[in-house]
Design a protein around this ligand. Sequence first.
Ligand code: SF4
Length: 441
Amino acid sequence: MRDIPRVGFVSLGCPKALVDSEHILTRLRAEGYHVAPDYHSADLVVVNTCGFIDAAVEESLDAIGEALAENGRVIVTGCLGAKGDTVLAHHPQVLAVTGPHAAAEVMEHIHDHLPPPADPYTSLIPPQGLKLTPRHYAYLKISEGCNHRCTFCIIPGLRGDLVSRPAGEVLGEAEHLVAAGVRELNVISQDTSAYGLDLKYRTSFWNGRPVKTRITELARALGGLGAWVRLLYVYPYPHVDELIPLMAEGHILPYLDMPLQHASPCILRLMKRPAHAENALARIRAWRETCPGLTLRSTFIAGFPGETEEDFRQLLEFLEAAELDRVGCFTYSPVEGAAANALPDPVPEEVKAERRDRLMELQAGISARRLARRLGQRIEVLVDAVTEDGAVARNAADAPEIDGVVLVEDGHGLEPGARVEVTVTDTGEYDLWARLDPDAA
Ligand code: SF4
């Protein structure tokens, strides 16, 4: 073994799992460990797993198998780790298994199997911690767990009930990130609208100032840091109305990611969705009146058990009326341990797939129509990368990794992380094309 212990890291799953990985990596570096770039130079490997759907379970089990074959000393954490029996049944030789959001426990196991060096180089740790995202954007996790019990989801069983981070702590982290060059903060949780409920919206302190642990107050304070602030995983509760003026005033990005999953009241009830009794359409119309530039993103499930053709028609009608900007659709797939598995009237696979295709076809037209309105507009973009075709950037309507991009055809001279104004010269179903100087085309 070398003088400085080296830990390899494999990070799978959603942005919430990514943030867990960042916390563990930050603590490793804080204690003087090195992060190994490959299996062979690592003294042991941590695999942060996902267990959301069966395909993710398989990918996680494969990743553990690969780490065992290539390195041999493996600690497992993350959502699949919450099902320790499954991991051990497939890979009994792993050193230890923990659930998600368990940085302290993972560190204990690492200490047991690979003690830290005597003299940690704590000065090497940047105050913002270590990030797996590019330098110019970051995910900011404001809470863990969820108080809802959607019947298709096992996350509350894996991650527990809602536990919010005090606003002062979140703002302190955000401040460090911005000071380190982050230009876009993507606020994540399982249910962003519920932030602070578990703490009874307690007042916390940030730089000596009181801030309520509540989403409106947090969003307002984050908006003052100078970076783009994007809210993900928000449900259409009445108090979300308070966020829209902050968007209209340019304080935070006019963007809401609101996973609705369905529009038929009957299916929403079977799903036990949060805010299912709210009139989402009325709310969306009112929001757009306050903030005409609002981009709405949502995801839907086609073929949930019991979904009739009439339920599905209601969903398509909703989409036509709501004119959402960005939509994803998955066919329903049962997850081991989910309550929905016990529901009667499963929808045949071919019907699920056909409904998903119909939904996506309808939405492609809606998205293209909405994007076409941007033609000729001057918009601000954040550059992600520069290629020989120009700069690949995003505007307020594009969350990283999930939405479209803005291709800046004359952006060769830009740097990743630059925020610049461009003119939209062409539009497609998901992406925009633009130029810094439209007259030079
Ligand atoms: S809101 Fe529903 S789908 Fe989302 S984490 Fe909570 S239980 Fe799961």
